[in-house]
Design a protein around this ligand. Structure first.
Ligand code: 6R9
Length: 668
């Protein structure tokens, strides 16, 4: 790996812990009872390997198609895939109406719980009405198929109504996480040229009200594309109002007709854009389309989470602002007629047992969350979940970053009564749905491993020349066959799409997809994910690019230069550590220095969002650079993680590291 330029400088720092991981030999097969009743059995692997495309054709039958496809896959124009060619469907009809038509209108779709404790119960019949009304409202605002809509909302049911109303009308939504700043929102609105922004007055966060509408006001100030802002009243705080642009949700949506006839769209009609961090400061608008995406979301949700729609209560603790929320709060579960829990707030408001109270109240049987959340619960102590009745849980899932075996064990033991299967699911915004995961009724899972590729998916680990590594070997994770939920491009940037994902490796049949993750096979052939090999950090499961944070820092007038690394963090997976060189004279005393560091942290939060706030900012006199001027983040990570320095011979000036390390010895 060390011969690769970009990758080597910032490769996964987990080499030391890897040996421990790979000696992990505990395995947890499903109980006989679970295996016997499981949705997915060994037969699924056999069917998929017999004929992959036919297999996906069968999976697509989970959906209602107005017009059946004529060809499962057209890969003739790789890397631009077409799945279910000629097929037509309506995504929202598949997630809502057809369940009502089949007699399940009274089934609860969403048990929603607000942070302050208010609740709403939304049946499939309610959902059908709300989505129809919202769709009619969007029509009345002059929107039509192909237009882009930015959705900037907290975790309230209107977020789901809005997404589904867009899907129903063939509008392409771009959900922007409510924790992002006005600036981040503006970039995303501009890039997609959204004509409508849907937001709320504010959001509840740890018992406080945070303004959302005010961020939108800032973001749309010079956004020519935006004609209207549709505002849900959630928190009741005062908001500025522009009569020519702003519309209250309750004024517009509530009075609409509850009837709306869905139109069928092409399988490749754009469903959504979701922005994710890349290795440059500019986020990438990942584009997903309809038929293939929904097929994979529904199939994986059925097979990996073993959903039994008549009896299960499913809860994915993500936010709709991330891809996990798209595929496993909205599209997958609703396509499968799940009864879900949706929770607005933070896990420790008003107390650290809030999640377990919710599990107990709704008898949640399937829970899906991220390792960072699990580690937080571990830190709070196992006596907290122990006070609640969690006996309804029968399956646990993890996503977002590698899960360390201790966290996996704790999750299974303290949340899953030492009995439930735990599925560690690897996938990305770009993949649309889960790619690598145990099947809960089949796989004997090892704590910390995502185990193997799902039936229908093809992936391997290759060395820098693209040759598959042998058991025990590590390298780069690639996806060597197209899959239905795959991204169809980066919005407005075909070249970046090719360069980022398809230019690194190819095989005899064409380009193959480079995931940007390091991985390793253990001696049994199980897959262990090792983290990103590019300049992307993973903080609490959120992808944040080092460059993005560096750009934010140098946009502050006191900063001359900045280098940012992700350092191992016991709770968040990685923490953001920034090294900054100040412009002369800005922080002459220790007090001034401390005040400035605080200012810088706030500045990053304002530019990107609170999730990008550096854990630590270290003021340094110099940064380590190679002769070609590339910052050696690997060395900075050594410093940030208090390790012996690695090889410094490629440094232009090897005394720099001494300077940095000695500077850090000082308090502050
Ligand atoms: C779904 C999601 C994608 C990146 C991915 C990888 C990391 C996600 C993981 C995992 C190890 C898992 N990642 N799941 N690493 N084990 N089970 O998180 O999408 O936000 O796009 O992040 O997250 O590094 O490349 P996204």
């Amino acid at each position: 790996m060390t011969q690769q330029t970009g990758a080597a400088e910032s490769g996964p720092s987990s080499a030391a812990t890897l040996d421990n991981l790979l000696s992990e030999n505990r395995t947890f097969p499903p109980s006989e009872e679970f295996a016997l009743a499981a949705n997915a059995t060994q037969a699924l692997y056999d069917e998929a390997s017999a004929d992959r495309e036919a297999f996906w054709g069968v999976q697509a039958e989970r959906l209602h198609w107005d017009t059946r496809w004529t060809q499962v896959l057209d890969w003739s124009n790789a890397p631009f895939a077409k799945w279910f060619v000629g097929g037509r469907l309506n995504v929202a009809y598949n997630c809502v109406d057809r369940h009502v038509e089949a007699g399940h209108g009274d089934q609860v779709a969403i048990h929603w719980e607000g942070e302050p404790g208010d609740t709403r119960t939304i049946t499939y019949a309610d959902l059908r009405r709300e989505v129809a009304k919202t769709a009619n409202a969007l029509i009345s605002l002059g929107l039509s198929a192909g237009d882009r809509v930015a959705i900037y909302l907290p975790m309230i049911p209107e977020a789901v109504f809005a997404m589904l109303a867009c899907a129903r009308l063939g509008l392409t939504h771009s959900v922007v996480f409510g924790g992002f700043s006005a600036e981040a929102l503006r970039t995303r609105i501009d890039d997609a040229e959204a004509s409508l922004v849907i937001t709320s007055d504010g959001q509840n966060r740890r018992g406080k009200v945070l303004g959302l509408k005010e961020n939108v006001d800032t973001a749309v100030r010079d956004a020519d594309s935006v004609r209207n802002v549709l505002v849900v009243r959630r928190t009741g705080n005062e908001v500025d109002w522009d009569d020519s642009r702003d519309v209250w949700w309750h004024d517009l949506v509530d009075g609409q007709s509850e009837e709306h006839t869905p139109e069928a769209f092409d399988a490749e009609h754009p469903l959504f854009i979701l922005y994710t961090s890349g290795t440059t400061g500019k986020p990438k608008g990942i584009l997903h389309t309809s038929g293939g995406y929904l097929t994979q979301a529904a199939y994986t949700h059925h097979a990996v989470f073993d959903l039994k729609p008549d009896t299960d209560v499913y809860w994915c603790g993500a936010d709709v602002g991330w891809v996990t929320g798209h595929s496993y709060i909205v599209y997958g579960p609703l396509a499968n007629r799940a009864t879900s829990v949706m929770y607005e707030g933070t896990p420790n408001t008003p107390h650290e047992g809030r999640w377990w109270e919710i599990v107990q109240r709704y008898r949640v049987s399937i829970l899906y969350t991220a390792p960072t959340t699990i580690r937080t619960f571990m830190k709070w102590g196992s006596e907290i979940p122990a006070k609640h009745d969690l006996s309804s849980l029968r399956l646990l899932g993890s996503v977002g970053e590698p899960i360390n075996p201790e966290a996996w064990m704790w999750y299974r033991e303290h949340i899953g009564a030492a009995a439930t299967p735990v599925v560690d699911t690897w996938w990305q915004t770009e993949t649309g749905g889960i790619m690598i995961s145990p099947l809960p009724g089949v796989t004997a899972a090892k704590p910390g491993s995502a185990m193997g590729v799902l039936p229908g998916i093809s992936a391997k680990i290759v060395d820098e020349n693209g040759a598959e590594v042998s058991r025990g070997g590590g390298g780069y994770l690639v996806l060597d066959q197209p899959w239905p939920g795959m991204l169809r491009g980066i919005w407005g940037d075909e070249q970046r799409f090719r360069d980022t994902y398809w230019s690194r490796f190819r095989d005899e049949s064409g380009p193959i997809y480079f995931a940007g993750d390091g991985a390793k096979y253990d001696s049994d052939g199980a897959i262990w994910l090792l983290g990103r090999v590019d300049d992307v950090m993973n903080v609490s499961g959120h992808r944040i690019s080092t460059t993005e944070v560096e750009s934010a820092l140098v946009s502050h007038s006191s900063v001359a230069e900045a280098a940012v690394v992700g350092a191992a963090d016991a709770t968040t997976g990685q923490g953001i550590v920034a090294f900054v060189i100040l412009r002369g004279g800005d922080a002459d005393s220790a007090d001034e220095g401390a005040a400035l560091v605080k200012q810088l942290r706030d500045h990053v939060a304002k530019e990107i969002g609170p999730i990008a706030k550096p854990r630590q900012i270290l003021v340094v006199p110099e940064l380590p650079k190679t002769r070609s001027g590339k910052i050696m983040r690997r060395l900075l990570r050594d410093v940030a993680e208090n390790r012996e320095l690695g090889d410094v011979t490629t440094l232009q000036d090897s005394s720099v590291m001494k300077l940095i390390s000695s500077g850090l010895a000082k308090p502050g």
